[in-house]
Design a protein around this ligand. Structure first.
Ligand SMILES: Cc1cc2nc3c(=O)[nH]c(=O)nc-3n(C[C@H](O)[C@H](O)[C@H](O)COP(=O)(O)O)c2cc1C
Length: 366
C-alpha cells in the first residue's frame, strides 16, 4: 500500500459503531424496489458490491418513511411496515458479510414528490411552488405541483414516520440511521427561506426553521435509544435548485450545525457540488470547515465531487472524518480496494443512469 493513502484506511467509529476505514458510499436513489416499495434481490447484489469492494460504510438510498406523503419516486424502497422492513434484511446481511457498516437513510420527499402510490397531492411547509423540473430519470415530467401547507397533525405524522421507520430499520439489522435533511426534500424545505413561509413555531428565522430537523432528530433518538448512530445530512444545493446558497452565510451555518450539535447528532453529513470549495461567494471556508467550526466534536462525513484518493485526503485534512463517494463509487464499486492496490480508478459514465436511474444488469456483473 502506498504510504500516502494511509489516512483513508485508519479505523474510526460513529457513536461506538466501528468503521474499518474512512471511505463511505453516498446515498443514491436507484428506483429498483418493487412497485410496492419492497427491497429486492437486485438491490442486495448492488449494495453487496460496495461492501466487497472495501468501503467501510454504505448509506442506503433515501427510504420513504410513511404511507401518507413521504414517498418521492415510483419504485423507491420504503420502510413503512414490517413487510418492507424485513425485505431489507437480506440486503443488510449481504453488506455485513464483508465487514461493512450499513446506515439507512430516511427520507420524506415533501413538496418535490413526483411519484407516490398513496397520494396524488403533495405537501410542504408552505403552499409555494417548488423551483425546477421533475426528474425524468425517476419517471417524472414537467413542473412540480403546488403543495398544500402542512397542518400540525400532518407534521406530527411525518415526524412519527421517521421515528417508527428508524425502529423498523434497526429491526432489519441496520447499524445506524441517517435523517435526510438535504437536497430539497421535506426537512430541507423547512430549512429553506423561500420554501418555508410559516409564521408558527415551524418557521421564521434560520434557527426557527431548524425546528423540524430538531424534532425529527429528537423523535428518532427517543425511539432508538442513545447507543444507535443517528446522523443528519445537510446541503445548500437541492435537486430542484442546484446553486442555492444560505442567505445568512456563516450565521446560517452556525444556526444549522450548532442546532445539530446541541441536539446530540451522532454525525453530520455535508454535501456540496465540490465539497472542498468555499461555501459562499467571496468566502474562504468550505461547508466542511464550517461544520467543523460550529459542531466541533461531531463526526463529519463529507461528500461531493471527490473522485480520487488525493482529493479525499484533502477533504479529510479540512476537517472531515469520513469521505462519501457517489458517482465515483458507481464507477468503482471497489474504490477502496483499488486505492489500496494502487490501481487506476475508472471515470463515471452517466449512461449508467439513463434513461431510468435503476440498477442495470451490467452493474451486477462488472
Ligand atoms: C443517481 C443518484 C441518486 C441520488 N440519490 C440520493 C439520495 O437518495 N439521497 C441523498 O441524500 N443523495 C442522493 N444523491 C446525491 C449523492 O449522495 C451525492 O451527494 C452526489 O452524487 C454528489 O456526490 P458525488 O460527486 O460523489 O457523486 C444521489 C445522486 C445520484 C447520482
Amino acid at each position: 500500500m502506498s504510504a500516502n493513502t494511509d489516512s483513508l484506511f485508519t479505523a474510526t467509529d460513529i457513536n461506538g459503531v466501528s468503521l474499518r476505514n474512512r471511505l463511505a458510499v453516498a446515498p443514491m436513489t436507484r428506483v429498483s424496489a418493487d412497485e410496492d416499495g419492497t427491497a429486492t434481490e437486485t438491490m442486495a447484489r448492488y449494495y453487496e458490491r460496495f461492501a466487497r469492494g472495501g468501503f467501510g460504510l454504505v448509506v442506503t438510498e433515501g427510504i420513504y418513511t410513511d404511507k401518507a406523503f413521504a414517498q418521492g419516486y415510483f419504485h423507491q424502497p420504503g420502510i413503512t411496515d414490517e413487510g418492507q422492513a424485513q425485505a431489507w434484511r437480506p440486503v443488510v446481511d449481504a453488506v455485513h458479510r464483508h465487514g461493512t457498516r450499513f446506515f439507512a437513510q430516511l427520507m420524506h420527499a415533501g413538496a418535490i414528490s413526483q411519484g407516490n402510490r398513496s397520494r396524488d397531492a403533495t405537501v410542504g411547509p408552505s403552499a409555494v411552488q417548488p423551483k425546477g423540473q421533475q426528474m425524468e430519470f425517476y419517471r417524472g415530467k414537467g413542473a412540480y405541483p403546488m403543495p398544500a401547507a402542512m397542518t400540525e397533525e400532518q407534521i406530527a405524522d411525518a415526524v412519527e414516520g421517521f421515528a417508527a421507520s428508524a425502529a423498523r430499520a434497526l429491526s432489519a439489522g441496520f447499524d445506524g440511521i441517517e435523517i435526510h435533511g438535504a437536497n430539497g426534500y421535506l426537512i430541507d424545505q423547512f430549512l429553506t427561506d423561500y420554501a418555508n413561509r410559516r409564521d408558527d413555531r415551524w418557521g421564521g428565522d434560520t434557527r426557527r426553521r431548524t425546528t423540524l430537523v430538531r424534532s425529527v432528530f429528537e423523535a428518532v433518538r427517543a425511539r432508538v435509544g442513545a447507543a444507535v448512530p443517528v446522523g443528519v445530512r445537510i446541503s445548500q444545493g437541492k435537486v430542484n435548485d442546484f446553486t442555492h446558497k444560505w442567505a445568512g452565510g456563516d450565521q446560517d451555518a452556525e444556526a444549522i450545525f450548532g442546532t445539530l450539535a446541541e441536539a446530540g447528532a451522532s454525525y453530520i453529513h455535508v454535501t456540496e457540488h465540490k465539497v472542498w470549495e468555499p461555501a459562499f461567494d467571496g468566502g474562504r471556508d468550505s461547508l466542511v470547515a464550517l461544520a467543523r467550526r460550529y459542531a466541533p466534536h461531531v463526526p463529519l462525513i463529507a461528500n461531493g465531487g471527490v473522485q480520487d484518493a488525493a482529493r479525499a485526503q484533502e477533504v479529510m485534512a479540512a476537517g472531515a472524518d469520513i469521505v462519501a463517494l457517489g458517482k465515483a463509487a458507481l464507477a468503482n464499486p471497489d474504490f477502496p480496494n483499488r486505492i489500496r492496490a494502487e490501481q487506476e480508478v475508472s471515470a463515471f459514465d452517466p449512461a449508467i443512469l439513463g434513461p431510468i436511474a435503476n440498477i442495470k444488469p451490467s452493474e451486477l456483473t462488472a
